[in-house]
Write a protein that binds this ligand. Structure first.
Ligand code: SF4
Length: 367
């Protein structure tokens, strides 16, 4: 992270053309001070998620909590990336609509406020498809082939790469530039994923001698990784996640299954919170400091049993989730309202995208 002021976007004579040139070295992540110095047009935030269904606490701690705080500071576009879901799940669309609504419900439950943020579905913006085609024309194929976003996805794929998936990094760029966002929240490990978007923006501006696009900047977010209750990565398929839609009882039941310090076999064995990689880590995420310290002390002296420790933890988690559950219940009882929020968000995002596309066609001198 740097605290230097951000230079205005450069129009390069020779836009970077190799993977090496497109390293993350040049990326400047933003501090409050540097963001304040950005022009107003560069302060729009854009982020999105594939609609994979109900979200869990890992999504909340890793992404949504940050979005909720960002919407207090910047104009924000949050997109349900249903076209991106099709790049790998094109033959599995039966639950797509339900997944979109479930995910939107979880966003609202987490505190995304449609009065502050624009929530929308990618496929409601046909202008994105047109911009994708135009960006495809100007993007060297090798940029796409070597893009880390694509590499990561191909590594998980059990079949041949489709044409749609090959275009994933370009579509991701369109998502950001279509709403002319200048800030993209990313984790440290995703910094390289933004490079192609910066390169395409720079290349477009260079070729058509314009300054239409600002190069999107990463808004680095330090989020604690919340692992699953069994110690593996939290995920639906591992059956080790607490969902935002889980009740207090379901949460307690799940927390009771969490792994603890494996060296603490008997109730009378003193434990080590640092070896308790799930329960104690969750204490650090959800319990106040005094409660963390008390749990650690009573663990070390064997004055607290693991089951009691988990019950207390479940209370802290449930306390943190109570306002989310309340909001979720409210919206879940009126799914038509959720659809309406997405529709209205789509109209708002579309207006911006239409304007972007008009300008793009203008500078490209299209008919
Ligand atoms: S008492 Fe709590 S912190 Fe210690 S091992 Fe058991 S669950 Fe973990």
């Amino acid at each position: 992270m740097t605290d230097s002021l951000i230079d205005p976007p450069q129009i390069s004579e020779h836009p970077a053309e190799s993977e090496a040139e497109r390293s993350t070295e040049g990326i400047q992540t933003e501090t409050l001070q540097s963001i304040q110095a950005l022009p107003a047009t560069a302060k729009t935030v854009m982020s999105g998620m594939r609609p994979t269904g109900k979200l869990h606490l890992g999504h909340y701690m890793g992404v949504l909590r940050n979005w909720v705080s960002l919407q207090e500071q910047y104009p924000c576009f949050f997109m349900v990336a249903d076209w991106h879901a099709l790049t790998t799940k094109y033959d599995d669309t039966d639950s797509l609509k339900d997944n979109i609504l479930d995910m939107a419900l979880d966003w609202l439950a987490a505190g995304i406020d449609p009065g502050k943020s624009t929530m929308y579905v990618q496929s409601a913006i046909p202008e994105e498809a047109e911009l994708h085609l135009l960006f495809s024309m100007i993007t060297p194929a090798k940029w796409v082939q070597t893009d880390p976003t694509l590499k990561d996805m191909v590594a998980m794929l059990h079949e041949d790469l489709s044409y749609g998936l090959l275009g994933y990094p370009i579509l991701q760029t369109v998502d950001i530039l279509c709403v002319r966002a200048g800030l993209v929240p990313v984790g440290k490990d995703q910094l390289a994923h933004l490079e192609i978007s910066r390169d395409i923006a720079r290349r477009f501006n260079h070729i058509y001698k314009t300054d239409l696009f600002v190069e999107p900047r990463p808004l680095l977010t330090e989020t604690p990784l919340l692992i699953g209750l069994d110690g593996r990565k939290m995920g639906k398929s591992y059956n080790n996640a607490i969902f935002l839609s889980d009740s207090a009882d379901e949460t307690l039941k799940k927390v009771k299954t969490a792994i603890t310090d494996p060296a603490r076999v008997k109730r009378t064995d003193p434990g080590d919170p640092q070896n308790c990689e799930v329960v104690y880590k969750y204490y650090e995420a959800f319990a106040p400091l005094a409660a963390q310290n008390l749990a650690a002390e009573e663990c070390r002296t064997a004055t607290r049993g693991c089951m009691d420790c988990k019950k207390t933890l479940a209370e802290f988690i449930n306390e943190a989730m109570a306002p989310m559950r309340e909001r979720r219940a409210l919206y879940a009882s009126d799914r038509a309202q959720v659809e309406q929020i997405l529709r209205e968000g789509g109209e708002k995002a579309r207006e911006t995208c239409q304007e972007t596309l008009r300008k793009v066609k203008d500078v490209m001198k299209l008919f």
